[in-house]
Design a protein around this ligand. Sequence first.
Ligand code: NAP
Length: 292
Amino acid sequence: MKIEERRLFGLFGDPVGHSLSPYLQNEAFRLLGINGVYLSFAVKQEELGAAVEAIRCLNMGGVNITIPHKERIGPYLDRLAGDALLTGSVNTVVSEDGELVGYSTDGEGFLLSLRHQGQMEPTGKKVVLLGVGGAARALAFRLAQAGVAALYLVGRNPEKTNRLQAALRDRIGFPAVGLSFADPGLAEVAAEADLVVNATPLGMFPATAEQPAFPLVACHRGCLVADLVYHPLKTTFLREARKLGLPTLEGLGMLIYQGILACRLWTGLTPPFTPLYRLLNELLEEGAPPST
Ligand code: NAP
């Protein structure tokens, strides 16, 4: 492979120091024989426009977008497509014939992990989402479109919960139910849930003892408990669910699938799940992921 023909890809966020994406994407390129290199770039909010211009000037193949830019990058791009058009959140930018196009692979990444690792088809299921931020929004639209029977949005800020409820109703005609973490009806909702997802950062390293205030004890035995947090792999919330005999789904699967989908958008090729899972699982089991 000629080094002078190597294509540059990257991650824009702040902070990005502990991201696993460079490990994931560089391994995906190696497995696929793609002559690319993926680096992470700490981009301050006021420099986001300049960073997007750099994608054009440096003829980059594309970038991933992470906190805090997912909802802010849209206006700097030429257009949005797919889930990003619906939700306004972008996690992947693709350079397509001179245009920069924003996509989101988070929702589909979660559904792939739910189906392949969680062995659950969401159609007809009753789902509880804890948290109403960017990741919850991506999941909510995908789950609603997959035909869930009910979607409960549990947020700590009623205004934000209402906004997500309104977006689902206005854009796809889906009637989600909004609740707070203090709602007295939460145990009843738990009792009928088939899937509960932690879409808050509670439990994430270094505050690993934290977990969302949700009565898992009221869930029925078949209820799948999922966490989007993947560092640590087994969060306090998932360990609590396990103790109660409930099946669980870790956040690492979603991380890998959203990355696989991003890689496919950039290259047209689909890297295999298993070797990527092994690599990231190993890095996480060693403790804190190495800084990039
Ligand atoms: P976000 O946009 O900041 O949203 C976080 C949500 O959690 C917000 O609704 C926030 O409420 C709520 N929250 C935060 N602290 C809380 C607390 N103490 N009690 C109750 N609610 C609380 O973040 P995000 O992008 O959605 O990410 C959420 C988590 O998912 C992060 O840990 C992220 O790493 C993870 N994630 C994983 C993947 C994956 O591939 N596995 C992909 C994306 C995200 P307010 O709005 O009131 O602050």
